[in-house]
Ligand binder design. Structure first.
Ligand SMILES: O=C(O)CCC(=O)C(=O)O
Length: 222
């Protein structure tokens, strides 16, 4: 099943990410958002029930699982250049929910995934095929949006290949990110049900939410 257009695939290859719409039916993503509030034991209309700045945690739930539709998995498979049968529907997801916070908006630290030193992931072959972030609600300006450095995957791959012994591990590469010009980070805004896919070597980060509503998202690394 070809879900993404040639233009979207080309954009991903050039920029290291692609933000997609229309892969999840409205009713499915709305049920996903509702389930998230239920799982958090919080009420969208009652701020006193909201949690600290960020909630990062795994949840297993059928309404969360349902957000990983056949179209989402087909898009992931297309970007990873693998068969869709290698992308089964997960039973749940890790979530990163960014709640409103006082202060001046700023991005969090730019990084690549799978770079925790004790995990010891190698750079090659790729330790993950493609990363995805599914937005359970709209992402407005300075309200916890994902930041990406367009094209950084190419620069980071070139760095890794420049000295394979020095940059054998993801954590070694991650420590050197600031030594190369990653380019200006871009704050991605979007709508409920949009799915961001990014390459495993794309530099990215979360950002503070200084808006008035939480940013709720499923963060799944395939
Ligand atoms: O929460 C986000 O938007 C970014 C998540 C992130 O940086 C990560 O999963 O590594």
């Amino acid at each position: 099943m070809r879900i993404l257009t040639d233009e979207q695939i080309h954009f991903y290859e050039q920029n290291g990410y692609v933000l997609t719409s229309g892969l999840i039916e409205d009713s499915v993503i709305q049920s996903g958002e509702k389930a998230m509030w239920r799982l958090m034991g919080a009420d969208p209309t009652d701020k006193s029930s909201w949690t600290a700045a960020t909630l990062a945690k795994g949840f297993s739930d059928p309404d969360i699982s349902a957000c990983f539709t056949a179209k989402v998995r087909a898009a992931a498979a297309q970007l990873a250049q693998e068969a869709i049968s290698n992308f089964p529907q997960p039973e749940g997801s890790f979530v990163i929910n960014v709640f409103p916070q006082a202060g001046e908006w700023k991005p969090q630290g730019m990084h690549i995934d799978h770079a925790i030193r004790s995990d010891d992931y190698s750079v090659f072959p790729r330790p993950l095929r493609v990363a995805s972030i599914t937005y359970l609600n709209d992402v407005n300006i300075h309200s916890g949006g994902t930041m990406v450095c367009p094209g950084s995957h190419k620069k980071i791959e070139a760095l890794a290949k420049s000295d394979p012994a020095r940059y054998e591990k993801m954590w070694q590469l991650n420590e050197e990110l600031n030594s190369i010009g990653l380019g200006e980070p871009l704050e991605l805004l979007g709508n409920q049900g949009d799915v961001l896919f990014y390459h495993y070597l794309t530099a990215h980060s979360g950002s503070m939410n200084v808006g008035n509503y939480p940013r709720l998202a499923l963060v799944h690394k395939w």
